[in-house]
Design a protein around this ligand. Structure first.
Ligand SMILES: [Zn+2]
Length: 98
């Protein structure tokens, strides 16, 4: 497929995926001065500031937002996401054979 790197697909196949519904998380942000120094010692919390993820293969947005997919597959810890279409197309067939 054009635009999909085979190495990313290989990496995706090594991950144990679980179907998951994306839930916005609070984001934490440290204020910094223009020169990069921390201004505050404690992070500011931005409620639901982490509001979307992207499929690691096709970059589809997974978010609790209108017009976005709300479900996908995530790894343990939720740092990687796959959309349902990519999971079924690229990963699911390889994991069923084990
Ligand atoms: Zn995808």
């Amino acid at each position: 497929m054009i635009g999909r790197s085979p190495s990313y697909i290989e990496r995706a196949r090594l991950v144990t995926w679980q179907k998951a519904r994306f839930v916005p998380l609070d984001a934490e942000q440290y204020r910094r001065s223009p020169s990069g120094e921390l201004i505050t010692e404690m992070p500011e919390v931005i409620p639901a500031g982490w509001d979307h993820e992207h499929c690691m293969l096709c970059m589809t947005k997974i978010a609790q937002l209108p017009g976005c997919q709300r479900e996908g597959y995530s790894n343990d810890g939720g740092s990687l996401w796959l959309c349902v279409a990519c999971y079924e197309r690229y990963v699911s067939p390889s994991q069923k054979t084990e």
